[in-house]
Design a protein around this ligand. Structure first.
Ligand SMILES: Cc1cc2nc3c(=O)[nH]c(=O)nc-3n(C[C@H](O)[C@H](O)[C@H](O)COP(=O)(O)OP(=O)(O)OC[C@H]3O[C@@H](n4cnc5c(N)ncnc54)[C@H](O)[C@@H]3O)c2cc1C
Length: 405
């Protein structure tokens, strides 16, 4: 169904959003012989890929499984993830001669730059015959009448009108509006009566309540290894104090699982029985003050702040009762606070929530009530942990739709 009239273009597949998910879908569909147009309002494709992983793109995670995704239906991602695995993407990376390495915990990064991943996708899209239509804003989407079959949608832009059989929405989430994130995908869902799961900025860290900001703001820049717990999820990595709150990988992970009002619990000394440690010092006749002893275990600024707040007494250890020590150690093992909020879309790596998975086929990502309409990537209510999982979802959901559009 190729062919183009002046301002009217017919295409088998029209994909709105040329990010990771959209481009993967274009590759798979184009390689099946389908005509594909990728439409994006941005000047360049793959803007998020370019800023990802500190410019090196953490493009997948070897351990990716449905367990690292948050969704109202935790089973939904299984099918797509099983059919397009981290090894499938790595195979492409290798075929394009891109050098890469594992940083930690299964996370795969380019040795060079994220641009290599964008170039890989562009090359593959071109090889699959996909056409890019950038800097283009969609003004209207219409459902065509039944007798237009197999055409099902009309997409109106200022200069061109597209008619297509399959319309794929791959416009991502709301995070980082300054590089072009919009709520477009959610608006399309609403237009066609597809329900949404409430959205929130995630993988963005926490802002402390004013009273806690006063207490801990002075620790800005301090990073330490810890264990952070939100609901039933526990993450062991670095926490970083900022001027207004907490960041660092462990905190970003925790923010994905946090809902307003939830307490956040931090173990400042994971894997250590700090009470026993103090007791053994006490039994061996150590006469230091608690503040100095604690500095052997924690960065001194942190140790000082916690002692100022929770253990004001500066008596030497022999004069401190076991009961006093115990209650202080309980705070060190479970420092608890309720954040004011998460940092927000200006910093968030992802948007939690989105198109309700109940509305979509888990095999094809097609809308159940609107045949021919697909939602892929971050716009869907499937959100990965930090560590390459979100790109793996973009590739896998794009590939799943690309196999049928
Ligand atoms: C700073 C940062 C770092 C990250 N690092 C990583 C990482 O290392 N590893 C990882 O797995 N994940 C990472 N992520 C998350 C990851 O980038 C996203 O989950 C992923 O890019 C989602 O892919 P997508 O194709 O669904 O959407 P996107 O990549 O967001 O693509 C959406 C496309 O749609 C276009 N678009 C939006 N609105 C419209 C509209 N109205 N009209 C036309 N086009 C529109 C946009 O211009 C964009 O090109 C990071 C995110 C951020 C913000």
């Amino acid at each position: 169904m190729h062919g183009q009239t002046n301002m009217n273009t017919r295409t088998d597949v029209l994909i709105i959003g040329a990010g990771g998910a959209g481009m993967m879908c274009a590759i798979k569909a184009g390689n099946r012989g389908r005509s594909v147009v990728l439409l994006d309002h941005a000047k360049k494709v793959g803007g998020k890929i370019l800023i990802s992983g500190g410019g090196r793109c953490n493009f997948t995670n070897l351990g990716a499984s449905p367990n690292q995704y948050v969704s109202q239906n935790p089973h939904f991602a299984k099918s797509a993830l099983a059919r397009y695995t981290p090894s499938d993407f790595i195979e492409m990376v290798q075929a394009h001669g891109i050098e890469y390495h594992e940083k930690k915990l299964g996370q795969q990064f380019c040795d060079g730059s994220a641009q290599q991943i964008v170039d890989l996708l562009l090359t593959e899209c071109k090889g699959a015959g996909a056409r890019f239509q950038l800097e283009t804003r969609v003004e209207q989407i219409e459902r065509l009448p039944e007798d237009s079959h197999p055409l099902r949608f009309r997409i109106i832009t200022k200069v061109e009108v597209f008619e297509c059989e399959s319309l794929v929405i791959a416009t991502g989430g709301l995070s980082i509006p300054k590089i072009g994130a919009t709520g477009f995908g959610y608006d399309v869902a609403k237009q066609f009566g597809v329900s949404l799961v409430e959205r929130a900025a995630a993988l963005d860290g926490f802002v402390l309540k004013p009273e806690d900001e006063t207490r801990f703001g002075g620790l800005a820049g301090l990073s330490f290894d810890s264990e952070i717990r939100v609901r039933d999820k526990v993450f062991r990595e670095a926490i970083l104090f900022t001027h207004a709150g907490l960041s660092g990988p462990a905190t970003l992970q925790a923010s994905l699982h946090w809902y307003p009002g939830d307490p956040v619990i931090v173990d400042l000394l994971p894997e250590m029985n700090v009470f026993e440690w103090f007791l053994s010092k006490k039994k061996s006749g150590n006469k230091s003050i608690v503040r100095n002893l604690l500095s052997e275990l924690l960065p001194s600024r942190l140790s000082e702040r916690f002692c100022e707040l929770y253990f004001k007494d500066i008596r030497p250890l022999p004069d401190v009762s076991e009961k006093e020590l115990k209650s202080f150690c309980e705070i060190l093992k479970a420092w608890t606070f309720v954040p004011k909020e998460t940092v927000g879309y200006s910093k968030a790596e992802v948007t939690r929530g989105g198109v309700d998975t109940d509305e979509l086929s888990s095999k094809t990502l097609e809308s159940k009530k609107m045949p021919g309409l697909f939602f892929i990537g971050e716009v869907v209510d499937v959100t990965g942990w930090l560590g390459g999982y979100n790109f793996q979802w973009a590739w896998a959901s794009g590939a799943a739709a690309g196999a049928v559009v």
